[in-house]
Design a protein around this ligand. Structure first.
Ligand SMILES: Cc1cc2nc3c(=O)[nH]c(=O)nc-3n(C[C@H](O)[C@H](O)[C@H](O)COP(=O)(O)OP(=O)(O)OC[C@H]3O[C@@H](n4cnc5c(N)ncnc54)[C@H](O)[C@@H]3O)c2cc1C
Length: 463
């Protein structure tokens, strides 16, 4: 057996693990990273990147189909065609480039990559089964970055026509009929994309609204668009199982059984932290519900055992995992760091997109703030008009006493690109006057942020 000793061992090469590895390497720490599947984890291989590639392709298909009927712009196309297998090939190409890129970055920073499944033997030792035999790694510090897996429904286990988000991103043909169980961001992003690619889509959501954690005013335009696209959305409806013909049965809001015919059933009812299969039983780790318990330095209940990313809790997002990874590497290198982020942006890449950073109006009030707020609609934004994309608005929520910005929300086309300004404003403690005093380039959608700041101060110029 091969023995390796190092300063830092990272278990898992997703966005949390690989960023921790790169930063540890940059800081001169002797680092080994173990990855059992593919570098980049869920995010790069079956999550953020491939889903956004799909969404882009779907939007292009939608655009071309729109032009097939002629348009106000004077563009008309005839006989557009779409081949999903080509899209999948293109998406796989992007994933492969990024896989190679991550490996290159790790190598450039002298991080040793071990390909194989690792099992912790104790808080300092990990046994990895590789194609060339077993490797035993001893480390001073261990960073657990094992991520998450798709949650299955007991009555609809994955297999055959019941698919996970990972499976749907590799289909070669668009299913004629698709049922999506779960109206969270993953289900809606993929459901809308598949509809645009030609599927007849039904969304089945157990709660009274889609994207339940978002304010209704933000999700209403998404509901409207899904209706325009001809999608069926069933709220307060619970997936029951398959009947003897293999069709999906659900209990609707009146508790009545309904049958939905579907060629594929996409189950997107959340993700579960990967807390099994890597030797957790050999460690003495405290849990926080179903997640590994961490403190504000991502330290677990065991000394020099750290945990980051999806395995540590909500929000299960790649940018949170990466920020934790970077912080932990610096703490191990002796830097004085603590998790004191003011906001973690949340984005739904639906149509239209939804962004929420910081506190919503309800959350701000629940926390006892007296607030002021203002909205600016894209209908009054010149850039939005030139893009035929006037749906939605930007909303700013600020403290009444000192105008400190507590939250910014938006719904509209490509508002994901505005999220960085929202996050920067909150992280830097910006006030309404800071937003109002910053020149926003014309013509851009970001002017809606400026105008909502001005509007909150009673000084809006373009409405
Ligand atoms: C369809 C979809 C779309 C998404 N879209 C977005 C988005 O737009 N934006 C966003 O921020 N987030 C998005 N996410 C979530 C995002 O992918 C995750 O939050 C992120 O990947 C978590 O990173 P991580 O490093 O914690 O874990 P993961 O990405 O899950 O990586 C963990 C890695 O560890 C490896 N591993 C685990 N155990 C072992 C072991 N014992 N030995 C060796 N290797 C091991 C796994 O193979 C895996 O590669 C999406 C997820 C899905 C499913």
């Amino acid at each position: 057996m091969n023995d390796i000793t190092c300063k830092v061992l990272v278990l898992g090469g997703g966005p949390g693990g690989y960023v921790a590895g790169i930063r540890a390497g940059q800081l001169g720490l002797d680092t080994v990273l173990i990855e059992g599947q593919k570098l980049g984890g869920c995010c790069l291989n079956v999550g953020c990147i491939p889903s956004k590639a799909f969404i882009h392709a779907a939007n292009e298909v939608d655009k071309v189909n729109h032009f097939a009927n002629g348009s106000a712009l004077g563009i008309k196309v005839s006989n557009p065609e779409f081949t999903l297998s080509k899209t999948v090939e293109w998406k796989d190409g992007i994933v492969s480039r990024l896989n190679t890129g991550v490996a290159g970055l790790l190598k450039k920073n002298k991080v040793k990559i071990i390909e194989g499944w690792g099992e912790m033997q104790d808080g300092k030792t990990c046994l990895v089964k590789t194609d060339d035999g077993e490797v035993l790694i001893r480390a001073e510090h261990v960073i657990l970055a094992t991520g998450s897996i798709s949650t299955a429904l007991p009555n609809l286990p994955f297999g055959d026509k019941i698919v996970s988000s990972s499976d749907i991103l590799s289909l070669n043909e668009v299913p004629a009929k698709l049922a999506v169980i779960g109206g969270g961001y993953i289900g809606l992003e993929l459901g809308i994309a598949m509809r645009k690619m030609g599927s007849d889509v039904t969304i089945v959501e157990a709660t009274p609204s889609i994207l339940p954690q978002y304010d209704k005013s933000l999700t209403k335009p998404v509901m409207k668009r899904m209706d325009e696209l001809g999608m069926t959305v069933m709220l307060n409806a619970v997936a029951d199982g398959l009947n003897n013909k293999g069709d999906l049965t659900i209990l609707d809001k009146e508790g009545k059984k309904q049958v939905i015919k579907a060629d594929k059933i996409l189950v997107t009812v959340g993700r579960s932290p990967r807390t099994e299969g890597w030797g957790i039983e050999n460690l003495a780790l405290d849990l926080d519900g179903r997640f590994l318990k961490i403190d504000d330095q991502c330290s677990t209940s065991m000394k020099s055992v750290w945990a980051i990313g999806d395995v540590t809790g909500e929000p299960m997002l790649a940018h949170r995992a990466m920020a934790q990874g970077e912080m932990v590497a610096e703490i191990i290198a002796g830097h004085n760091r603590r998790w004191d982020k003011r906001a973690i942006p949340a984005i739904c890449f639906t149509d239209p997109e939804v962004v929420s950073v910081g506190l919503s109006e309800t959350q701000a009030k629940e926390q006892g703030h007296e607030i002021m707020k203002a909205e600016f609609p894209f209908m009054a934004n010149g850039r939005a008009m030139t893009q035929e994309d006037e749906t939605g608005f930007v909303r700013i929520i600020a403290r009444k006493d000192n105008h400190l910005i507590l939250g910014v929300e938006a719904v509209g086309g490509e508002v994901s690109e505005l999220s960085a300004e929202f996050a920067l404003a909150i992280e830097m403690g910006a006030t309404l006057e800071d937003i109002a005093g910053t020149i926003h380039a014309h013509p851009t959608k970001s002017e809606a942020v400026l105008e909502s700041g001005l509007r909150a101060l009673g000084q809006a110029l373009h409405i």
